[in-house]
Design a protein around this ligand. Sequence first.
Ligand code: AMP
Ligand code: TRP
Length: 329
Amino acid sequence: MKRVLSGIQPSGRLTLGNYIGAMKNFVKLQDLHQCYFMVADLHAITVPQQPETLRDLSEANAALFIAAGIDPAKSNVFLQSAVPQHAELGWLLTTLTTMGELERMTQFKEKSNGKESIGAGLFVYPSLMAADILVYNADLVPVGEDQKQHLELTRDLAGRFNHRYGECFTLPEPYIPEVGARVMSLDDASKKMSKSSSVAASFIALLDPPDVIRKKISRATTDSGAEVRYDEATKPEISNLMSIYSQCSGSSLEDIRLKYEGQMYGGFKKDLAEVIVNTLEPLQKRYYEIRESGEIQDILAQGARNAHEVASRTLDDVKQRMGFLPSKH
Ligand code: AMP
Ligand code: TRP
């Protein structure tokens, strides 16, 4: 049995991009492995957040994990901030990370681009992410394509630590879906679908009501031409919609192409909206039941207790290896 860890920032309401790129794999992996899934609230504050909004989104997104099929009896679901070893190991790993490595991170470049004042937290974000993963010695990290570079840095840091202080960390592997690793914006297929986008029509939130989903899909940008065919280079918009269709229905891209052969975009988009609605309706129903029941607090508390047990063992070992005297409380 392997260890699995992943996290999603509560920087907005979860989207279909999060679901397809990451959460579907969370659900798949939990039957095979020991899983840790966290709400990455410490990462969310690398850009300004309102305390009230952060609280609300943290709880809502944790409930969405469960609603999406993460079973708290199988997986540990918790808040990153509830397990202090993340921040502590994050600091220790920051001291092993070079400025050059952090400067090369494309997510940092994108998020800091054009900003006058850039928080230092945004810069050291990847060493905290490395800590999230290494503190559990995770073997597998289910993420979307955009996180691959952070995973490579994590592996480098693990290797560097092991080289300097002796074998301690497992080198984690990314676990990325073949189709849908990068779900693009509905209004612009050159941009990633993002929960923190200010354009609501660019993403589908997991809690969007059916009519909103139908409207967003009917207005989604499509390429010129009329063929429903997968070709990222020449048909990026339709290719994006096809991968969403594939991931929500289970049909292969080829099956979808055959099904809509000789038809215009209209019918395909209409069906796509229904495929998404059918995927999200049961999730939404469960979400409201979970919120109603108030059980999320207990789930998070239990998850944090289990996570803490593993994380504190790793951190003790790391600190001892680095030369810190044992502290007595
Ligand atoms: P974030 O929303 O940036 O906290 O991302 C949480 C997880 O969802 C990460 O594993 C991301 O790679 C994944 N993710 C976010 N947006 C997308 C997207 N548009 N397509 C695929 N995966 C995504
Ligand atoms: N950086 C990730 C993102 O923006 C979220 C995240 C934080 C994460 N810690 C993690 C993902 C650890 C995987 C493992 O998508």
